[in-house]
Design a protein around this ligand. Structure first.
Ligand SMILES: [Zn+2]
Length: 124
């Protein structure tokens, strides 16, 4: 929502703000009041501007925000059924084209590499 607003995609920012306000006011709501206040402010200002500067490669209205996945490498939407892998260190999601490449978020892990992780052992 904030990124869309800063990128002057006001229509998309308003769509996300409405989804946040709906999620926060529902029976399973409980979003932080600061987030709700940001959503109200963004919605009011975005509706005044009412334009999009950039065209997203997907329809924001058809995406379930609660389960949407974004590729950390390309910052694009990972559609339903599309394959993805995680960084071995920070578990950031990446599309399959980033497999065996350094993670674009932490720069430590490798995308798709299987690791054991950290283990704590008792000393004998
Ligand atoms: Zn990482």
């Amino acid at each position: 929502m904030i990124s869309n607003f800063k990128a002057e995609n006001f229509i998309d920012a308003a769509t996300l703000a409405q989804k946040i306000l709906q999620a926060g006011s529902g029976p399973s709501g409980g979003l932080v009041e600061k987030t709700m206040q940001q959503a109200r402010t963004v919605l009011r200002q975005a509706e005044e501007k009412g334009t999009n500067k950039h065209t997203l490669p997907f329809d924001l209205n058809r995406i379930d925000v609660s389960s949407a996945k974004v590729c950390a490498g390309s910052l694009s939407y990972i559609s339903e059924g599309e394959q993805y892998d995680r960084c071995s260190y920070c578990e950031a999601l990446h599309k399959r084209v980033y497999v065996k490449k350094p993670c674009s978020v932490c720069k430590i892990g490798e995308v798709g590499r299987q690791v054991m992780g950290m283990q704590f052992r008792k000393q004998f």
